[in-house]
Design a protein around this ligand. Structure first.
Ligand code: DAH
Length: 348
């Protein structure tokens, strides 16, 4: 076979192999085999040394043309394969935007957060500030500043978890009263605040007890604040949470930090006051504690009880939610069972 025939053969074989190639790697191998330094075409060109001088240009021109043709064919095939690859990828990743979407399951605030949010909204509307206090609290604020000195018997009802002798998990949100009173500048106007948060008691968990639960503390101190202001404010709370038609009544009670103190009942939202199983036939349900701030509490916080006075209250969002929704076990709020929690959808 002479060089001319050899070139024709290489060209035909090469073009066929290029046409049949399916992958970029394959085509690269073909390029190396034909056109590389040790490739077949290069070999032919080298063979020209043995030709008579006059034949060399003809074969040279031919060899160059074959090399160009193969180079072009390789580059075209490479482009084709790349385009095919992209087309395949697009096909594989095709999405049908007209298909119905997969619904996203939206969450919702916890039922206790819902109650607290409602109370916060009400009090923000009344011009109160919302104050937070520490859950790890000093004995000083949790008890002493609230008129419960170290040996006060009322401490027994609020045993808790102690961090040190002087530091404990707060048993009530009332210490935030003392903390805020100490800081308040009365020349700028009365103090009106609520403080929602978690509290702790050394109780064994059962249907009505939880070692951790919630309270919302309320405090108004200024000039000429009366018990009528307290009653009007709590009436609004009862109506907001339990319904427009609710009434409240105050019964005498005892708290060390208020004098007089009251237990506050709301007219039964189930029977409207006639008497039913929810209100134990009394027509009333006890919902919170309140009273007029004890002069000692004001004095200890550096506030003059001759000039300033006010009221305070403490309510339990857990108890509110249990009454409002007929939940018979406080532990449900803390088990994170979606079957329970999703019943309190804000939409429905
Ligand atoms: N701190 C009381 C408790 O945990 C609740 C309470 C009662 C708060 C009367 C008050 C109040 O501010 O005036 O039992």
């Amino acid at each position: 076979m002479n060089l001319q025939e050899r070139l024709e053969e290489l060209k035909a074989q090469g073009l066929k192999a290029i046409k049949d190639s399916k992958k970029l790697k394959e085509i690269n191998d073909i390029r190396v085999k034909l056109l590389g330094k040790k490739g077949q075409i290069t070999e032919v060109l080298r063979g020209m040394r043995d030709l008579p001088k006059e034949e060399r240009p003809k074969i040279g021109v031919m060899a160059n043309r074959v090399r160009d043709e193969l180079t072009n064919a390789i580059s075209n095939r490479q482009d084709e394969i790349e385009i095919q690859k992209v087309a395949q990828k697009l096909e594989a990743e095709k999405i049908d935007v007209t298909l119905p979407g997969v619904p996203v399951k939206a969450g919702q605030p916890h039922v206790l957060s819902q109650i607290i949010d409602e109370i916060e909204k009400l009090f923000l509307g009344l011009g109160f500030q919302i104050v937070e206090g520490p859950e790890v609290e000093e004995d000083h604020y949790n008890f002493e500043m609230l008129n419960l000195p170290p040996d006060h018997p009322a401490r027994d009802m609020q045993d808790t978890f102690y961090i040190t002798d002087k530091t404990l998990m707060r048993t009530q949100t009332s210490p935030v009263q003392a903390r805020t009173l100490e800081k308040h500048d009365f020349s700028k106007g009365p103090l009106k605040m609520i403080s929602p948060g978690k509290v702790y008691r050394r109780d064994t968990d059962d249907a009505t007890h939880s070692h951790q639960f919630h309270q919302v503390e309320g405090l108004v101190v200024g000039e000429n604040i009366t018990m009528a202001n307290l009653k009007g404010t709590l009436q609004l709370v009862a109506k907001t949470i339990f319904g427009e038609d609710r009434e409240i009544r105050l019964r005498p009670s005892y708290f060390p930090f208020t004098e007089p103190s009251a237990e506050v009942d709301v007219s039964c939202f189930k029977c409207g006051g006639k008497g039913c199983s929810v209100c134990k036939q009394s027509g009333w349900i006890e919902v919170l504690g309140a009273g007029m701030v004890h002069p000692n509490v004001l004095k200890m916080a550096g506030v003059d009880p001759e000039t300033y006075g006010g009221f305070a209250f403490g309510l339990g969002p857990d108890r509110f939610a249990m009454l409002k929704y007929g939940v018979d076990d406080i532990r449900e709020f803390y088990l994170n069972d979606l079957r329970f929690l999703s019943q309190f959808s804000q939409k429905g």
